[in-house]
Design a protein around this ligand. Structure first.
Ligand code: AMP
Length: 449
């Protein structure tokens, strides 16, 4: 049986080994057709056709695993050479071509609370995704787990399900979840609220950009789950509003992002204040020396599960929109967005200022757009997100950091108005579309020089 995007070939898993590895990479994909010359995929406004309709796609993406992301930190962009541009072109492939993942477990097999099982079914999760299939049994046994998995693999439920069960079974157990961004923390709390419905507890979100007062009050009620960003968690600890000595379980979600964002010292301080005997679940999309060191310092004999996806999902049709020299790319964007097919669009810009300006300029043309970026308050960002989800606006203009980890249903298009800094950022951006077995489209603007 095929479940959404989680089609992969299950690999051997030796239940006695401390290391399980489940390959979620390219499986049987070796040859992919080339769909004509990539030069031909330039956007033609004269006949109004969009590149995605024209079927001119190059071979992109699958040649390497995207570690061009190593360019992070420079001032350049990814996509300035023809070889890099080719990675923005990839025809979506019919999912039946993909190897099918057969989970070893059903949710009903797990030794978890019956009410929790009902909540999982109510969320219409039929079968576990690879990361859930492999991680949940170990987490239920209290083992430390390292999950090498990115957003879109179902990693959130992979840690929430066993930890909710733990909190139900072990009264007084408290869980700390650290995440890199406010949006991701809010999203985790939403999933938690769904799975924990009727079980008698909830979580709270402790993030910056929001008033600290209500967070301090909520902490007085000793919530079972505290979900926060490292900076605000440390702030709350310093104000003596958060005492971590009673917390025996911690999740580090998107640990590589937290390192990238400079949270390493805060993370170490926070972990050092928790109980010595600790249950730690650690998730990261990538493995690096720093990540290895963190795992070595803070986890005990962890089970390592790798479910890395192909660098870009095949459910996303990717192409470039070439902007001829001298042509204004804003005009091209506005024309695209007037098309009704562009029903729910995420547009990526490089700077907070540019993103704000772009959303305003679109609104002036009566293209309903909102923006999210780091200069907006937490509340304003949430409102913008909700407006898109509710269909009040069709377009959300975002910076990379603000959009990290967002799970917005049915995004029809991702448009890279400004080039991403790295290939890794590109993969993160376009991962906002083509989710949950829907097809999505990603267009990257390339200004001809
Ligand atoms: P995540 O990687 O945790 O951000 O999850 C990506 C999306 O997949 C979210 O919308 C989840 O609600 C959804 N999802 C996670 N696990 C399952 C599952 N077993 N079946 C169906 N949908 C799922």
């Amino acid at each position: 049986m095929q479940i959404g995007r989680w089609n992969h070939q299950s690999s051997n898993s030796d239940s006695h080994s401390s290391v399980h590895s489940s390959s979620y990479q390219r499986g049987k994909y070796s040859a992919r057709p080339s769909y004509g010359s990539r030069r031909d995929s330039s956007f033609s406004r004269r006949n109004g056709s969009r590149p995605a309709d024209r079927g001119n796609y190059g071979r992109g993406g699958y040649g390497s695993h995207g570690h061009a992301g190593a360019r992070r930190g420079g001032f350049g962009s990814f996509g300035e050479t023809e070889a890099e541009i080719s990675k923005f072109m990839n025809k979506a492939v019919v999912s039946t071509e993909e190897p099918v993942f057969v989970p070893e477990h059903k949710f009903s097999d797990f030794d978890i609370n019956d009410h929790l099982k009902k909540n999982i079914a109510a969320r219409k999760y039929e079968l576990p995704t690879p990361i859930q299939d492999k991680a949940i049994p170990h987490a239920l046994l209290g083992q430390d787990v390292v999950g090498l998995a990115q957003t879109g693999t179902g990693k959130t439920a992979a840690f929430l399900i066993p930890l909710i069960d733990k909190v139900v079974k072990q009264k007084g157990e408290r869980v700390l979840i650290m995440a890199p961004t406010r949006e991701l923390a809010v999203q985790i709390e939403k999933e938690l609220a769904g799975f924990a419905r009727g079980l008698g507890f909830r979580g709270m979100v402790a993030v910056g950009g929001a008033n600290i007062g209500p967070q301090i009050s909520m902490l007085r009620n000793d919530p079972a789950f505290v979900i926060g960003t490292p900076g605000r968690l440390k702030d709350l600890m310093e104000r003596r509003a958060l005492d971590l000595s009673g917390f025996g379980t911690v999740v580090l979600d998107e640990a590589d992002r937290m390192l990238d964002m400079g949270f390493i010292d805060d993370m170490r301080i926070i972990l050092s204040k928790m109980r010595k005997e600790r249950h730690t679940l650690f998730f990261s999309a990538t493995m690096s020396k720093d990540i290895e060191r963190l795992i070595g310092d803070f986890l005990t004999s962890p089970v390592i599960i790798s479910v890395k996806m192909r660098d870009t999902p095949s459910s996303i049709d990717q192409d470039v929109v070439r902007i001829p020299r001298g042509k204004d790319k804003f005009e091209v964007l506005a024309n695209l967005l007037k098309d009704r097919e562009f029903s729910r669009v995420l547009v990526f810009g490089r700077t907070k200022f540019g993103v704000e300006k772009l959303a305003k300029a679109l609104s002036r043309l009566h293209i309903h757009a909102e923006s999210i970026h780091g200069n907006k308050t937490h509340g304003a960002r949430l409102r913008a997100l909700e407006a898109l989800k509710a269909g009040k606006v069709n377009v959300l203009v975002a910076t990379d950091v603000a959009a990290r980890g967002l799970d917005i249903p049915a995004v029809s298009h991702v448009i890279n108005y400004d080039l991403p800094s790295t290939y890794e950022d590109y993969v993160h951006r376009i991962g906002r579309t083509g989710r949950a077995s829907l097809k999505g489209r990603a267009l990257t603007f390339i200004q001809d020089r």
